[in-house]
Design a protein around this ligand. Structure first.
Ligand SMILES: [Zn+2]
Length: 161
């Protein structure tokens, strides 16, 4: 298991992961852009306001903070020790909303990928490479995540029903 985070570290993390244009998000964007992939940002006309929209590839990419989007089994996700009930309910709703957004986008014919904060923190280049591989050839929705060995992985997004 991971070390318990200090209060300061957690609050810093929690304030950061909710924000747009974070350093990890920018790192992945740059990787895609340098490789010739063109995108729009934060399109509010689409369900869930995806972080990156690649119309040419019929694809959207979400950059998910591991805490806010409740990345289960991830070292960056840990329920706060205080107001736990509140957080359980809040994060449950976030997750439910994510599922609904994914379903809605798929129904509209978009391809959907999620890149988790932990992937970008582990290895932003590798996370970007997995996304590009998926953009070119992927047929199912994927999520990209990272482990403590600084390695990124991709796997199908789990069905939520
Ligand atoms: Zn994670």
């Amino acid at each position: 298991m991971v070390d318990v985070m200090s209060v300061e570290k957690r609050s810093a993390l929690m304030s950061r992961v909710g924000a747009k244009n974070t350093a990890p998000e920018i790192a992945v964007r740059q990787r895609l852009w340098q490789s010739g992939f063109r995108y729009r940002l934060h399109d509010s006309k689409l369900p869930g306001k995806p972080d990156l929209i690649l119309p040419k590839w019929h694809a959207v990419i979400f950059v998910h903070g591991c805490f806010w989007h409740q990345h289960e089994g991830c070292p960056y996700f840990r329920l706060p020790a205080t107001r736990t009930e509140f957080w359980v309910e809040k994060l449950r709703r976030n997750k439910q909303r994510d599922d609904e957004v994914t379903t809605s986008l798929l129904e509209k014919g978009w391809r959907v990928a999620v890149v988790w904060e932990c992937a970008i923190r582990a290895n932003a280049e590798s996370a970007g490479d997995l996304l590009m591989k998926w953009l070119r050839r992927g047929s199912t929705p994927i999520e990209v995540w990272g482990d403590k060995a600084k390695t990124c992985h991709s796997s199908p997004i789990r069905a939520s029903t």
